[in-house]
Design a protein around this ligand. Structure first.
Ligand SMILES: [Zn+2]
Ligand SMILES: [Zn+2]
Length: 85
């Protein structure tokens, strides 16, 4: 019995890790973060990026609210300011 349950957790662990590492709506190479200081304006909603908000930093170093870039990436999977050609 002990062997059986150990086998089960071995099987389910990789699936769990994959679902954490690959959120469906995130753009490629984006990193979610909490802003430690005010950081200008979000070009998607045109509201200020304020300290303490959850943001996403893209590979091109653009920063947007995480919720904004998540909605954007349902339409286009790239940076709004630096579309891939
Ligand atoms: Zn925004
Ligand atoms: Zn960009």
């Amino acid at each position: 019995r002990a062997c059986f349950s150990a086998g089960l957790s071995f099987l389910s662990a990789p699936a769990l890790m994959a679902s954490i590492a690959l959120p469906l709506s995130a753009p490629p190479n984006s990193v979610a973060d909490i802003l430690t200081r005010d950081s200008g304006e979000c070009s998607i909603c045109l509201e200020d990026l304020l300290q303490g908000q959850t943001i996403s930093r893209l590979a091109c170093l653009c920063v947007y609210h995480k919720s904004c870039i998540d909605s954007w990436c349902k339409v286009k999977s790239c940076c709004p300011e630096h579309p891939f050609d």
